[in-house]
Each structure stands twice: as C-alpha cells, then as structure tokens.
Design a protein around this ligand. Structure first.
Ligand code: ADP
Ligand code: MG
Length: 348
C-alpha cells in the first residue's frame, strides 16, 4: 500500500474515474463533495461531504491528504487558495481563476495569439444592443456554465427582448461559428515542454451536450499539428501540471478556433481508458504526483457514446460484447440532460 493520498474536490464521474486511475498506481484518494450522494465515494478510500466554503470540513480534508486536485473548474477560488497554503493544489489555483471565468479565459487565449470566436463582455442590456454585429451569436454566463447551461442563442436582434435574459449575471456574447467539426486535444503536462499528447478526439454535441466522441478524428494533418501546438503553448503558458483539455471549433473554411479550456480531465477523453496504454486519468495522477512521463501507446481506435437521462435504463439491461465497455455513473436520480453513463466501443 502506498503512503500517498490525493484529495479530489468534486465527486462526479470524473472524480470516480480519477480514483480508479489512482488505484491502478496504488495511490489512495479522498473525495470532498457538496453532494452527499456523490458517486465517486464508491471508488475513493474516504469521502467528506461538505460545502466548498465550509472551512472546518475543508481543514479536515487538508489534514487527510498529501496533495489536492479537482474534477471541475467551478470550485471557489478562495477554497483552492486556502487549501494551497497547507497542501499543494495542482493544477495551481491561479489557473483556475482564469479558466472559471469565460471572459478572462478568452482574453488569455487571445493573449497567446491563439484564435477564438469574436466575443465581447456583456454587463447590461445596452451592451447587447450596441453589439448586434455579433448576432447570430451565443450569450454565455461568465461563471458556472456547463453542458450548455447558462447559454442563450441569439438568432436575431429581436431575441434580446424575447428571451427574458437574466441581467443580474455577467456574460460574454460570442459570434456564432458555422461549425464543420468540433474536436478536443487532451494533453498531460509534466513540466516545461514535457507533455503527453493524445491524438485529437472528434466530438459531436446534441443540445450543447457532448454525445459522441471518436478516434481517429477525420481532420487534416496540418490542422492537427496546429491544434497540438496551440494546446502545448496554452499548457506551458499556464505552467500547468496534470491533464488539460482544449476544445476546438473548425469552421466551413477550415479556420481553427479554441472554444474553451478545461483545466482537468475531460468527458471526451473517457475513450482513452480503453484505447491507450495510459488513460487521461492515470496520466493526471502521474503528473500531479511527480511520477514522470511514460510514452503513450495507442492500442485501438474507439468511439464513446454519452448516455443521457432516461437512456440509461435500457443500457443497464443490455448485454455487451468484449469490445464494449459500459460505465454506469451510479447517480441516484435520473434527470433529463444529465450524463448518466457512457459506453466505449473499441475496434480490435
Ligand atoms: P459548455 O461550458 O457548456 O461546454 P461551450 O462554450 O463549450 O459550453 O458550448 C457548448 C457547445 O455549444 C459547443 O460545444 C458548441 O457545440 C456550441 N457552441 C458554443 N459556442 C459556439 C459558437 N460560438 N459557435 C457555434 N457553436 C457554439
Ligand atoms: Mg464545452
């Protein structure tokens, strides 16, 4: 048994899969989550249920672990900063501060000379009226959005009035891109220029939620190398340690844009569990624990299907062949638009 214990903030499916990655390396895990039914408690050595702002419980967590990471970027910055004074948080909290705010995130990407959709900060209704050149566009809350939550599609200027937008929040308005493809690059950074980069993963969304991912992605080599370079620049510039995901858009003219950065393991990388010698989860644990880079080897082409809401019921009773890997997140409640599980199919 190893002496090392990792603390993970957040207890959903990404937390569960991080625990499994750690287990493979004989490393212990403690999950901290504000949901008492958090699925990851079934995979961790210990579980603490508490609010992310509960200092007493956070201190108890700090005492139980050697190093801390997180499964989603919306943990309050103050919490990460507090923890970091006692036990190292990786990736470091300063990164989280940038990436959990869509405006700071897009400004950062552009500062690296990397393209994004055109965007503008929206603080009040009049900001929208003076930026109708970005309509058709998508209005996104700066904070706490995921799976398309907190987004309004503005197809024409009259939608500014029609959509009943809640202006108590800050937004960015992004010009709508005529998408040909979406894909992601997942990279694990160990130290400067020491990266393991997975091949691009082609993603298809339904209702702004990831539905299908596959490798190989059907993308021109030139674009692949540009996207890999951009992901490396972003990771080095942030002085990132661990697994990071960069989501890309390609438009009808093959222009490349970064959509967003996830400072964590990513849903599109679930297929790395069965298609690579080292998954994105194991690699994250390796990097944050200073275990050093091992060469990635691809074992299989693969595709992954996200199982959303009620779909889970029929998947639970299906029979699977030996190239199919079904993972049920074990969430107590089935909700519409909620990710309930996934199925990876590898090609032998
Ligand atoms: P989330 O944080 O919810 O994942 P995203 O910004 O990634 O939010 O948006 C979710 C999905 O919505 C994207 O994967 C894409 O399919 C679509 N989308 C978002 N922004 C744009 C845009 N500017 N142009 C076209 N499609 C977009
Ligand atoms: Mg996204």
């Amino acid at each position: 048994m190893s002496e090392l214990t990792i603390g993970i903030l957040g207890g959903g499916q990404l937390g569960s899969l991080l625990c499994l990655g750690a287990k493979k390396l004989n490393i212990n895990t403690v999950i901290y989550c504000d949901d008492k039914d958090a699925p990851a408690q079934n995979y961790a050595n210990a579980f603490i249920f508490g609010d992310y702002k509960d200092e007493i419980k956070i201190k108890d967590f700090i005492n139980k672990v050697d190093i801390v990471t997180y499964e989603f970027e919306n943990i309050p910055f103050e919490t990460l900063d507090l923890i970091n004074q006692f036990k190292e948080v990786k990736p470091k909290p300063a990164i989280n501060k940038i990436v959990q705010h869509r405006l700071y995130e897009k400004d950062f990407i552009n500062k690296c000379n990397i393209g994004t959709a055109r965007y503008v900060s929206i603080k009040e209704k009049s900001d929208l009226n003076s930026n109708i050149k970005l309509i058709p566009g998508i209005l996104k809350t700066c904070r706490l959005g995921y799976d398309g939550k907190g987004q309004y599609k503005l197809n024409n200027p009259s939608d500014i009035e029609n959509l009943n937008i809640d202006f108590s929040q800050e937004y960015i308005l992004e010009k709508m891109i005529n998408l040909k493809k979406e894909f992601s690059i997942i990279l694990t950074r160990f130290s400067h220029s020491v990266h393991s980069v997975y091949e691009p993963i082609e993603n298809e969304h339904e209702n702004q939620i990831l539905k299908y991912s596959k490798i190989p992605a059907d993308i021109d080599n030139k674009i692949v190398s540009k996207a890999k370079d951009w992901a490396s620049i972003i990771a080095d510039d942030l002085d990132y340690v661990g697994t990071i995901c960069v989501e890309y858009f390609m438009d009808r003219n093959d222009n490349l844009y970064v959509n967003e950065i996830a400072p964590r393991v990513h849903n599109s990388g679930h297929l790395t569990i069965n298609s690579y010698n080292i998954s994105q989860f194991e690699n994250h644990i390796r990097a944050i624990c200073g275990l050093g880079k091992q060469e990635l080897k691809k074992l299989h082409d693969a595709k992954m299907i996200n199982i959303i809401g009620e779909e889970i019921v029929s998947y639970r009773s299906k029979k699977y062949s030996d190239n199919e890997f079904f993972f049920d997140y074990g969430k107590k409640e089935i909700k519409a638009n909620r990710k309930m599980g996934h199925l990876t199919v590898i090609q032998r």
